[in-house]
Design a protein around this ligand. Structure first.
Ligand code: PGA
Length: 253
């Protein structure tokens, strides 16, 4: 049985005081949550304050990116060990904004994934097609290639890897994939995972949907049999909004 995971991707938002205030307002609202795993991924500068603020709660800390080398002359980069040291349990890898704005490719995503797993960080691997790729009927091919490149040759426990299907055209646009399309792709991903590892492993890997998820549309996504949670950007910035979505997860499956 896969536990639901609701992950907040704060992107480049919130200075320390704002992050702390979020925690003050959010934690009481989710204090009774039992069925949903919760992760908040602030900017690097917010990790320390959030690690303290979340201590003693069931809300886990994640980062939005990392570099694959352990240490060295890599100006501006942060290693997996540094993230563990900062209190992170999860790390988002291969987000489409990193792929499309910052030039990350499948090779880099694979190296990051390998380094995260080696260091005991749970990766949330993002995959997804652009609008043009979907219109050209390439969505499944693109997602399959992203998955294959990312996971090739890696040995991991299925519980340690999370896949987030985020169609690029649905991120921050207010446009969702249809529930049907999201489920179809989640199932396609699960079959791809089975081919890469085993049926049993694939049945244990959590697959999230992401892209303009909000409190008033999350229920239909979470009801889909192969969708095990959501990766949420814009709507995760308000405590009441994120708590409402976690609340939906608590009752949906
Ligand atoms: P959004 O972002 O919820 O603002 O569309 C999702 C994401 O990029 O992870």
């Amino acid at each position: 049985m896969r536990r639901l995971l609701i992950a907040a991707n704060w992107k480049m938002h919130k200075v320390k005081a704002e992050a702390q205030q979020f925690a003050v307002e959010f934690l009481p609202r989710v204090a009774a949550v039992e069925k949903v795993d919760m992760v908040i991924c602030p900017a690097f500068t917010g990790l320390s304050v959030m690690n303290s603020a979340l201590a003693g709660s069931r809300v886990m800390l994640g980062a939005q990116n990392m570099y694959w080398e352990a240490q060295g002359a890599f100006t501006g980069e942060v290693s997996a060990a540094m993230l563990i040291d900062a209190g992170c349990r999860y790390v988002i890898i291969g987000h489409s904004e990193r792929r499309h704005i910052l030039g990350e490719n499948n090779f880099m995503v694979h190296k990051k994934l390998a380094a995260a797993l080696e260091n005991g960080l749970k990766p949330i691997l993002c995959v997804g097609e652009t609008l043009q790729e979907r219109e050209n009927n390439l969505a499944m091919q693109v997602v399959q290639e992203q998955l294959q490149h990312a996971l090739a040759g890696l040995d991991f426990e299925p519980e340690d890897v999370v896949i987030a299907y985020e169609p690029v055209w649905a991120i921050g646009t207010g446009i969702n994939a249809s529930y049907h399309d999201a489920q179809e792709m989640a199932l396609f991903i699960r079959r791809g995972l089975a081919a890469l590892s085993s049926e049993e492993a694939a049945s244990k890997i959590r697959i999230l949907y992401g892209g303009s998820v909000k409190a008033d549309n999350i229920d239909k996504f979470l009801q889909q049999p192969d969708i095990d949670g959501a990766l949420i950007g814009g709507a995760s910035l308000e405590p009441a909004s994120l708590a409402a979505m976690v609340g939906v997860g608590e009752h949906v499956k």
